[in-house]
Design a protein around this ligand. Structure first.
Ligand code: CO8
Length: 623
């Protein structure tokens, strides 16, 4: 995927075009009038100049980023050779449908069409095209060039490989994608917009002064801007329209507050007034929490998003300190249930079953830091702690062990890929967790880390580390526990433990020496130096280096090639290599005799050899 066409040069469209260009894609940005395109470019230049002032963008990059965006009012020309089109026009279903019908005609047959809608149905738009399998939602958050959150929304007919491509593109854009079902408001606006509305409802009902409501929201949700200030910053009009569209789709509870409608009609911003009534703060705060928890739980109950996705929506998309599930854990699950029950009683919403069950278990919410998924016969393990460059703490190691167990016993999985969310693979064991450990605790932690990586190494299925960025310390040791390592061209490798006054403990002194030889391992471990992907390939540490934008595609190709072979033969070959290289040659060769003999007891051997003789492709059954 090399060319992206962005339709709409408004705030969102311009931000998306900028981010795409900044990430190295060729971009066309199209709007209906020259003046709109010009405004888009002006806004991009302003944002980039800001970036230069804050040291985030180099001055010499500004012109190059802008030059890489082709502005036009010709939709056909802009979209004809695009691999991906992202629509970011006004939130009007009829306009969008007409646009997608045109794009469907203009674009290459294999181009993917995506909508940046924040509130309209992805399926309804997909239906006007001849390619619903190549249609999805790609919802950016304001400011689109900077905010790292992106909601990836499959329609009912979107092909899984299209979603995986969009997730990959999102990562190339430097985003943290969450996958969300096509449902009103998706995973963030479903509760964020009603949070604004709830503030106005309370004002309408005379529950408290505006200043009290504002302060209670900040205190109870631990956020820096209250709902009225937020509406003033992002637009009362947007809040009203978004609430109205939730109302149409979801019913009475979501009806815009009278005050919100009036304020929208007046075209004015809110004037925050009144004094803070301290005695009312708790009551107001509880109502905000009740609303937030209820809707967040409905999202999980209805299978729209996982709790981890809801958390990321809040902490990354809205930049809240905590997401709703972490807030519930802080308050306590039983108390949260009471808050939700009281809110549901007064609002008419249903008490979410998922919370009732959690309260019965008397346990806090468990939020995973490792995600597991499957694409065909490829199991995917993603270490998902990007704010700490996926550093391995006890929780990540526990989740990693569980992910390996689950994929090892999943019969549909033939090959497992291990990778990291965000810009790093894994930047080592968690130094912040390790610094306070006593020698005995460090010993337990080292054993634990080693046991998880050994489990991965011993898994009968083939594992491939897809190294997308830093693989340092425990991160390199994790990659070394996989059968194969494929690295993105920008990846960096090293065992920098000695720079911290310790030495590698998750197998680095052993596996690196075995992989690249003692001399090179000693050099890397004693100096703590980092090497780049090319050098890692040269010394035999990694199997292959590929451009970052082709990393997952290449790993999937490799996995498919392995998965097409006799599964028992591959499994026994892995055992023969791993066990055989740990013993003397004579014992290793004897082991090989036993494993090859075992292959002759399988149906797969008959099928493989039979297919060769009959000059056809074998169909292995793994038996
Ligand atoms: N542990 C904890 N936090 C980390 C780690 C880590 N290993 N690596 C990065 N982070 C955090 C940073 O602290 C930072 O957090 P915050 O924003 O809160 O300050 C965030 O991730 C982003 O990191 P940086 O701002 O440092 O990002 P840069 O792009 O500037 O730098 C580097 C990236 C070069 C990767 C840098 O982060 C770095 O040097 N990290 C540490 C690498 C390292 O030394 N790894 C080895 C750790 S030791 C180990 O793995 C031992 C294995 C087992 C031993 C068992 C003994 C008990």
């Amino acid at each position: 995927m090399t060319k992206i066409c962005v339709v709409g040069a408004g705030n969102m469209g311009a931000g998306i075009a900028q981010r795409c260009s900044q990430s190295g894609f060729a971009v066309s940005m199209v709007d209906i009038k020259e003046e709109f395109v010009k405004k888009g470019f002006d806004s991009i230049r302003r944002t980039l100049d800001e970036g230069v002032k804050r040291g985030k963008v180099k001055p010499e990059q500004v012109d190059a980023i802008i030059k890489n965006i082709h502005g036009t009012i010709d939709l056909k020309e802009a979209s004809a050779d695009a691999d991906l089109v992202i629509e970011a026009v006004f939130e009007d279903m009829e306009i969008k449908k007409k646009l997608f019908a045109d794009l469907d005609k203009f674009c290459k047959p294999d181009a993917i069409l995506a909508t940046n809608t924040s509130s309209l149905s992805v399926n309804e738009m997909a239906a006007v095209t001849s390619r619903p399998v190549k249609f999805a939602g790609l919802h950016f958050f304001y400011p689109a060039a900077i905010n790292q959150l992106i909601e990836v929304i499959p329609g009912d007919k979107t092909a899984p490989d299209v979603i995986s491509k969009l997730i990959d593109v999102s990562r190339l854009l430097g985003k943290l994608p969450i996958t969300v079902k096509d449902a009103p408001g998706f995973a963030v606006n479903r509760y964020f917009v009603p949070f604004l509305n709830e503030a106005v409802k309370m004002l309408d009902e005379g529950v408290a002064t505006m200043a009290t409501i504002e302060e209670s929201a900040k205190k109870s949700l631990q956020i820096s801007m209250g709902p009225f200030e937020l509406m003033n910053a992002t637009g009362v009009q947007i809040a009203y329209h978004a609430q109205e569209s939730l109302h149409k789709a979801l019913g009475q509870f979501y009806r815009p507050a009278n005050g919100l409608q009036k304020q929208f009609e007046s075209g004015q911003k809110w004037t925050i007034s009144g004094t803070v009534e301290l005695e009312k703060m708790d009551k107001v705060g509880e109502r905000f929490l009740g609303m937030l928890f209820t809707i967040a739980l409905h999202l999980v109950d209805e299978g729209i998003a996982t709790k981890e996705a809801v958390e990321r929506g809040a902490t990354v998309g809205l930049r809240w300190k905590l997401g709703p599930f972490a807030m519930m854990n802080e308050i306590g699950i039983e108390k949260s249930l009471h808050i939700v029950e009281r809110f549901c009683q007064s609002s008419g919403l249903k008490v979410p079953g998922v919370l009732v069950r959690q309260a019965e278990s008397k346990k806090p919410w468990y939020l995973r830091s490792v995600q597991t998924s499957r694409e065909g016969s490829l199991g995917i393990i993603t270490v998902d702690r990007p704010d700490s460059l996926n550093a391995l703490n006890s929780k990540v190691l526990t989740d990693l062990g569980e992910a390996v167990d689950n994929l090892a016993k999943d019969e549909a999985v033939k090959v497992v890929m291990v990778t990291g969310e965000g810009g790093a693979f894994v930047a080592g064991a968690d130094i912040k967790e390790m610094i306070v450990k006593t020698p005995l605790e460090a010993r337990d932690f080292t054993y634990f880390g080693q046991s998880v990586l050994k489990k991965l190494e011993d898994m009968e299925k083939v594992s491939i580390a897809a190294v997308n960025g830093y693989a340092l310390g425990g991160g390199l040791e994790l990659a070394l526990s996989c059968d194969l390592i494929v690295a993105a061209d920008g990846a960096r490798f090293g065992l920098p433990e000695v720079t911290l006054g310790i030495h590698p403990g998750f197998g680095g002194t052993q596996r690196l020496s075995r992989q690249v030889g003692k001399a090179k391992a000693k050099e890397l471990i004693y100096t703590g130096s980092m090497i780049d992907a090319k050098e890692a390939e040269r010394i035999g540490l990694v199997n292959k280096v590929v451009p970052r934008d082709r990393l997952y595609e290449e790993v999937k190709k490799l996995a498919d090639k392995i998965a097409a072979n006799g599964p028992v033969a591959v499994k026994l070959a892995k055992a023969a290599i791993n066990r055989g290289t740990e013993v003397d040659l004579v014992t290793g060769l004897a082991y090989e005799v036993e494993t090859i003999s075992l292959c002759f007891s399988t149906e797969d051997k008959n099928e493989g050899m039979g297919a060769f003789i009959e000059k056809r492709k074998p169909q292995f059954k793994g038996k």
